[in-house]
Design a protein around this ligand. Structure first.
Ligand code: HEM
Length: 269
């Protein structure tokens, strides 16, 4: 089975995204991260670019970050905040984890959290995975065999026939996730040893599985954790009553009418 759909901007886009990841890691280590400068360094040092030149490389890199990484991460955060607001105990647990793992008790001034700090937040990671399981931003994927094929279910497939795979349904199947499959349980992602529990990508395909897996997965988690940590640490989230929150039937599973919340500082002091 291979994906029919080529990458939106071709192989060059993939190279750009690899470079973005590398540049991001380099920038993080040296802490001198001006985005375009680190991309330029990656281009020069690793000879990633092509004869098309630096400016085209920078354009493609910026575009791939925006197209692949903007709506997906914002959609995941929207559903995360909705899930947290409808399960307030999880909000308290996320804040408690931050206080215990990042030693922040005395420090309630506004601050952002670093990638390094975010990595320690196992419960928050679990909450994001639950959001991705229940509301995968890319909810449907299609594949097509280039040659006749038979699925494990026994279904025979003609070449080029389109098979729609619903990541939304996979995340909500009792046979895959157990009786509590519809519940928001960040604990599901914590191993006995207290670290993050790994689930195979064919069970948890929010970032796709196989050779066309999302290249920005690691970066997406880092960005989403930094944003979620900053908001949850400083504010308590309450839904605005009467505002309908339902998924849209678009390519990205956004909240159809957006999410309206009240942020309150008082409850977290
Ligand atoms: C929660 C956030 C994200 C989710 C759920 C997500 C999900 C996915 C999925 C399902 C695919 C496969 C699409 C397909 O083949 O039809 C994909 C591909 C891709 N993603 Fe992401 N993504 C996220 C964030 C990002 C970010 C932040 C970046 C870059 C900074 C990124 C870069 C890419 C690229 C370049 C591909 C194409 C890979 C290929 O075709 O080989 N993604 N993503």
């Amino acid at each position: 089975m291979v994906p029919l759909k080529p990458c939106c901007t071709g192989t060059y886009c993939l190279r750009a995204c690899e470079a973005a990841k590398m540049a991001w890691r380099d920038g993080e280590q040296k802490d001198d991260s001006k985005l375009l400068t680190t991309f330029r360094k990656a281009y020069e040092e690793k000879n990633i670019g092509s004869s098309r030149g630096l400016s085209i490389f920078l354009r493609d890199t910026a575009l791939s970050l925006m197209f692949a990484g903007r709506d997906t991460t914002s959609t995941c955060l929207t559903w995360l905040f909705w899930l947290i607001a409808t399960n307030p105990l999880t909000e308290t647990k996320i804040r408690q984890e931050m206080e215990s793992k990042l030693q922040l008790k005395e420090d309630k001034n506004w601050r952002f959290f670093s990638v390094e700090e975010s990595r320690k937040l196992i419960y928050l990671h679990g909450a994001l995975c639950e959001s991705l399981r229940l509301f995968p931003p890319v909810a449907l994927e299609h594949k097509a065999p280039i040659a006749p094929d038979t699925l494990p279910s026994g279904n025979y497939l003609e070449p080029n026939i389109k098979v729609i795979v619903s990541f939304y349904s996979t995340g909500r199947m009792e046979s895959v996730w157990g009786k509590d499959c519809l519940e928001f349980k960040p604990e599901r992602w914590i191993s006995r040893g207290g670290g993050t529990k790994h689930e195979p990508s064919y069970k948890f395909p929010a970032f796709n599985a196989g050779p066309r897996t999302c290249l920005g997965k690691e970066m997406a988690f880092a960005q989403m954790k930094m944003v979620a940590a900053a908001i949850i640490y400083h504010y308590s989230i309450q839904l605005v009553e009467g505002h309908p929150v339902i998924p849209s039937d678009s390519v990205i599973l956004q909240a159809k009418h957006g999410l309206k919340v009240r942020l309150s500082e008082e409850c977290v002091k």
